[in-house]
Design a protein around this ligand. Structure first.
Ligand code: FAD
Ligand code: SIN
Length: 484
């Protein structure tokens, strides 16, 4: 198959790129499950931008840098913040139902932000954005969407990308294009406890690594402080906005503790809150309590969280919610410049799979949806590719395999949680690298969805562990308990 733009992934980055690029050429977007399956669809809190007249570009830039421990690329941060308000307007124009009062956007507050800066739609902002973009994409005649179509490997020769090899059912095929866009999201599902859905297996990152792309900052894997902690239940995210609207963290004695760790208390940057919770949890379960707020307000402000908790017997309007940290966001990724260009010709990366330099050592809350839309909107360089013809290069055909890799994925997720989690040290990191390498080396030949995901998870997991081993001192969301 041939097209102009090959887009891999149907989250906010892939959908927004597709919409922009469709103005110039034909887009073929492939996505490994259904079109709505993405981290974007699960996002709760909102999307940050300077939207209040009392707020300023300087203030958003400073909060982003401070949370990122000044490990960020300042040029990228300034670009992100400057473009932010325009992107919110764009999402509103497409029809995203951000909450408003008398025509003015309502804003919430999250950790690390000095002021209310986050536009939202209940506690399902990501779903509101994803659904809006999907509806617009489906109307667009220049965009073809192929669901249940999994990218296996990038087709790269002599430092240039020509397309992607994909799996559809049991069939392996090739899709060639003038520009190839990785928008495959992050690596949260590499960890046994995560807020991410099962699509987040770092496929794009591993494919890019196999193709020789530069990858940076992978040690900065962010753990969200407040995921549900109840035996037998997934670590469903309890949005930071719950703390933004007054939720208090309490230890097993029912006492608040965040004042001991940071002046911003519950709204300190995520890494600090996550480690504080882990420390307090050594003496018994930690809870998040917002039951002092009006119950009708809570039910309308956090409908998804309220309903999900009620289903498992927790009424957040009356009782505290048991919480603990879970893997959440990949700050590092495939290194790109402001135009999304990687070091491989014709290959671009946008969204969570990319490393733009915006997040530094720790991402500021609600800056991720913003990063994904701001950078995927900058398609100038990708459009330049239209000047040449689509070229096809021969590839080695991969064969379908019946091998069941489900248990391998489980094993990798446990290794990552045990040794590459919130608190790391040399011994654990070395153990994980050795185990992940052994899994990778012993994988059978052939392809199927689980088998490819297991391979990608082993490779990406090793890359995270190696980066964490190399950085001997703690910084942001990378924490070593053995630093000298
Ligand atoms: P995604 O939305 O993850 O999309 C990736 C796409 O690539 C998916 O469609 C996937 O199926 C596809 N894909 C992956 N591998 C392949 C393959 N091999 N072949 C084909 N397709 C593939 N950020 C905020 O800014 N604010 C929030 O409030 C917020 N809340 C969050 C809450 C939760 C529970 C989670 C998990 C994340 C949250 N985030 C939030 C982070 C944010 O949602 C993500 O960083 C962002 O949505 C990433 O968008 P993306 O387009 O890069 O990737
Ligand atoms: C949340 O709602 O707490 C998630 C926000 C984010 O990841 O930015």
């Amino acid at each position: 198959m041939k097209t102009d733009f090959v887009v891999i992934g149907s989250g906010i980055a892939g959908l927004n790129f597709a919409l922009e690029a469709s103005k110039y050429g034909k887009v073929t977007l492939i996505t490994k499950k259904e079109i709505m399956d993405s981290n974007t669809n699960k996002a709760q809190g909102g999307i940050a931008a300077v939207l209040d007249r009392h707020d300023s570009t300087e203030s958003h830039v400073e909060d982003t840098l401070k949370t990122g421990c000044y490990h960020n690329d300042i040029e990228a941060v300034e670009y992100l913040v400057k473009e932010g308000p325009k992107m919110i307007k764009k999402l509103l124009d497409y029809g995203t139902p951000f909450e408003q009062k008398s025509g003015v956007l309502k804003l919430t507050r999250e950790g690390g932000h000095k002021c209310r800066r986050v536009a939202y739609s209940g506690d399902h902002t990501g779903h509101a954005i994803e659904k809006t973009l999907v509806d617009v994409v489906k109307e667009n005649e220049n965009i073809e969407v192929l669901e249940d179509t999994m990218a296996l490997d990038l087709i790269v020769k002599d430092g240039k990308c020509y397309g992607v090899q994909y799996l559809q059912g049991k069939k392996v095929g090739e899709l060639y294009g003038k520009a190839v866009i990785l928008a495959t999201g992050g690596a949260g599902y590499l960890f046994a406890k995560t807020t991410n859905p099962d699509i987040a297996t770092a496929d794009g990152l591993a494919m890019a690594a196999r193709a020789g792309a530069k990858i940076e900052d992978m040690e900065f894997l962010q753990f969200h402080p407040t995921a549900l902690s109840k035996n037998g239940h997934d670590p469903f995210l309890i949005s930071e906005a719950v703390r933004g609207e007054g939720g208090k963290l309490k230890n097993s004695k029912g006492k608040r503790f965040m004042h001991k760790y940071h002046e911003m208390k519950e709204l300190a940057p995520r890494d600090i809150v996550a480690r504080a919770i882990a420390k307090e949890a050594l003496n018994g379960p930690v809870t998040l309590d917002i039951s002092h707020e009006d119950s009708e307000f809570l039910k309308t402000r956090f409908p998804t969280i309220y309903e999900t908790l009620i289903e498992i017997g927790i009424d957040m309007t009356k009782e505290p919610i048991p919480v603990s940290p879970a893997a959440h966001y990949t700050c590092g990724g495939v290194k790109v410049n402001l135009d999304g260009e990687t070091n491989i010709g014709n290959l671009y990366a946008f969204g969570e799979v990319s490393r733009t330099g915006v997040h530094g050592a720790n991402r500021l809350a609600s800056n991720s949806l913003l990063e994904s839309i701001v950078f995927s909107n900058n398609i100038i360089k990708a459009v330049k590719n239209l000047e040449h013809e689509v070229e096809e290069v021969p590839v080695e055909k991969q064969e379908f395999s019946d091998f069941d890799a489900a248990n391998l994925k489980k094993e990798i997720r446990q290794i990552m949680w045990d040794h590459v989690g919130l608190i790391r040290n040399e011994k654990g990191l070395k153990t994980s690298i050795q185990k992940l390498r052994s899994i990778e080396e012993n994988l059978p030949k052939g392809v199927n969805k689980d088998l490819i995901e297991a391979k990608n998870m082993a490779i990406a997991g090793r890359i995270i562990a190696e980066a964490a081993l190399k950085r001997k001192k703690s910084l942001g969301c990378h924490f070593r308990d053995d630093e000298i």
